[in-house]
Design a protein around this ligand. Structure first.
Ligand SMILES: [Zn+2]
Ligand SMILES: [Zn+2]
Length: 118
């Protein structure tokens, strides 16, 4: 591949527009290549967006883990109350507790999935 604006061979490709770049046209933006004085801002914005995407997965995983722990504790509480007072109100508390526990495992799995994407 040749440079988009010069006849010499390209040494890299712009991350934003995909054009071939020679030594005179290339500029490095945080380990990425960009067209000099044309795509620098675009590539910087693109990199920032990608970085934010990475932490978004971690944040989502963290929120899912918190929900999973809360659901798990509620599930244990309701299941415990349900077993102890089965004759009175256990018929409501027990299925509710088991439902919470089920949701908790779902959230744990989701958190694990999000975390493994990094
Ligand atoms: Zn470019
Ligand atoms: Zn060039």
């Amino acid at each position: 591949m040749n440079c988009f604006t010069h006849p010499q061979a390209a040494i890299g490709i712009c991350k934003h527009c995909g054009r071939g770049l020679c030594h005179d046209c290339v500029v490095e933006v945080e380990l990425s290549l960009a067209c000099k004085s044309r795509c620098e801002a675009h590539v910087a914005a693109l990199n920032e967006l990608l970085d934010r995407g990475k932490t978004a997965y971690q944040k989502t995983a963290g929120a899912y883990t918190k929900t999973a722990v809360f659901m798990g504790l509620s599930g244990l509480l309701f299941t415990g109350v349900g077993v102890m007072t089965f004759k009175k109100s256990g018929i409501i508390a027990l299925p509710l507790g088991l439902l919470f526990l089920l949701c908790s495992t779902f959230y744990f799995h989701s958190a694990k999935r999000y975390r493994s994407r990094d």
